[in-house]
Design a binder for this molecule. Structure first.
Ligand code: BGC
Length: 518
């Protein structure tokens, strides 16, 4: 009797999986994308590696911030995180079982150059990424490598106040050079920075990320100037990017055959109403979000919208700097999760102490009581798959002949919703399927997009949210020493989309992820 009940329960669970997969399989097909299109998953060093003081790594800014600051929702840190540093081999096997042909990860600067350019290169740090890159390539997975994903050696943050001091440019150029030399014979895709347009605001406008600078009305910090510092930091980042691109192009690209770009956080801004004011507000918001970095990188100067509003708070490029900006990036990575309405704040009063405040724009998910898309755990990350096409087309048209990669796209859940809902993540599956469907439509309509990465391979340290928010294709049990990985329904969907194989195919991967590989 009990056995029969057990069989019935398993059959019912399977039917749920199959029912959830069936529309996915019908909705979009891998064959709609070119064979060389990159399909992958993304992670970043601080969010997954752990081993925070092992094998010669120094403290990074996030190590110190999480240990000394009250700004993390669950008070936790990345000391162990997913323990990927020891379990990377199992994670590579998971990637292989998903059927991806690319993996986007970042290098921990503090692992490679614990003391920056004035100290030596850490051979154990180099060895770790060599092992990871070689393991990926053996499985036919292209490494898509980010040099900077929010973390830097703490010593450099202290010395240069993060990105505020011009001395950080030489530091980054040196770090990039060490990486090109050590790994460039095998890496075809380099990105210098992940979301500099977002992290500079979190660091120097809102004060939420280290080194926690801000001023009123944006927040209360020990020091900072929210109207000026984000732009000063951005200027150093743009020039650090340009210096790394020049070095790569002049000294490495011809013999190594790779490409180099930058990843920007992009939201699609829809005007709240069809008034000219709101249409211009949406345009302005995009200038302050995307063009802030991409216009200098592709056209050599900041957009005029920004200059008109920010005036002397926006730095100017010297003629030397403009010369360096002539080395063109090969591609643009877009982290594309959502869309939001833009409301004009020049002609009507609004709260300007927000992410879009300096653009004189107020962003909202609601129009006449109706939300722009479904909710997710993280505020402002609405489910708006139809935003993919206009967003990519906009970037294609503005930065002509520059291929685009969707370098992140994903769905967040709260950690406390219960295991059943966490694993049978129908909402994430629908989210990913919806975005991939619209991506294929965009390609059919002529978009030049070459790859797509799910954020993220497995649950991890979600910055100021700690472990309270989950984005993974794999569930991670942070209460077990082995950080057990379990494939979600969305992982099964991704695999069935990529490989055409059946729903049950990922059952063993939790075992594989359990292996320790140090
Ligand atoms: C970042 C990731 C982050 C994700 C979800 C992106 O802004 O690149 O590091 O975990 O979004 O918040």
């Amino acid at each position: 009797m009990a056995a029969a009940r057990g069989i019935a329960a398993v059959a019912a669970a399977l039917m749920v999986v199959v029912a959830a997969l069936a529309p996915a399989a019908r909705g979009v097909d891998r064959s709609e994308f070119p064979p060389e299109f990159l399909f992958g998953a993304a992670t970043s060093a601080y969010q997954i590696e752990g081993a925070y003081l092992e094998d010669g790594k120094s403290l990074c800014n996030w190590d110190v911030f999480t240990h000394t600051h009250v700004g993390i929702k669950d008070g936790r840190n990345g000391d162990v995180a997913d323990d990927h540093y020891h379990r990377y081999m199992g994670d590579v096997e998971i990637l292989q079982s998903l059927g991806v042909n690319a993996y986007r990860f970042s290098i921990s600067w503090a692992r490679i150059l614990p003391r920056g350019r004035l100290g030596g290169v850490n051979p154990d740090g180099i060895a770790f990424y060599n092992r990871l890159i070689d393991a990926l390539l053996q499985k036919g997975i292209q490494p898509f490598v980010t040099l900077h994903h929010f973390d830097m050696p703490h010593e450099l943050e202290v010395r240069h106040v993060g990105w505020l001091g011009a001395g950080i440019r030489e530091e980054f150029e040196h770090y990039a050079d060490v990486c090109f030399r050590a790994f460039g014979d095998r890496v075809r895709f380099w990105t210098t920075f992940n979301e500099p347009n977002l992290f500079t605001k979190f660091q120097y406008m809102l004060g939420a990320y280290p080194p926690s600078h801000c001023s009123a009305p944006f927040g209360t910090c020990n020091s900072g100037d929210s109207q000026r510092e984000p732009y000063a930091a951005a200027h150093n980042i743009i020039m650090s990017h340009a210096a790394a691109v020049r070095n790569y192009k002049e000294n490495y690209q011809a013999k190594q055959g790779g490409s180099i770009g930058i990843v920007i956080a992009m939201k699609w801004y829809e005007p709240l109403t069809n008034t000219t004011e709101d249409i211009l507000a949406a345009r302005r918001a995009q200038s302050f979000e995307l063009e802030w970095f991409l216009d200098p990188i592709f056209f050599g100067d900041y957009p005029s919208h920004m200059r008109e509003i920010l005036r002397s708070n926006l730095p100017t490029f010297t003629s030397e700097e403009k010369k360096l900006l002539q080395y063109k990036s090969d591609f643009i990575g877009l982290n594309l999760y959502t869309a939001i309405y833009a409301k004009d704040c020049i002609h009507s009063p609004c709260d300007l102490s927000t992410y879009e405040g300096n653009a004189l724009v107020f962003a909202t998910g609601e129009r006449d009581g109706v939300m722009i898309g479904g909710d997710t755990a993280l505020g402002g990350f609405y489910v708006v798959p139809q935003a993919v096409e206009p967003a990519i087309m906009y970037v294609n048209q503005r930065y002509k002949d520059t291929p685009v990669y969707v370098s992140e796209n994903g769905y967040s859940q709260w950690s406390d919703v219960g295991r059943e809902e966490l694993i049978n993540d129908v909402e994430r599956l629908n989210y990913l399927q919806g975005y991939v469907t619209h991506l294929s439509r965009a390609i059919r309509n002529g978009a030049d997009v070459r790859g797509y990465f799910v954020w993220t391979l497995m649950d991890n340290f979600e910055w100021t949210f700690g472990y309270t928010v989950r984005f993974g294709l794999y569930h991670v049990d942070f209460d077990t020493p082995e950080r057990t990985r379990t494939p979600r329904m969305s992982a099964r969907w991704y695999r069935s989309f990529l490989t055409g194989s059946s729903a049950g195919a990922l059952t063993d991967e939790a075992q594989q992820g359990r292996r320790a590989d140090s």
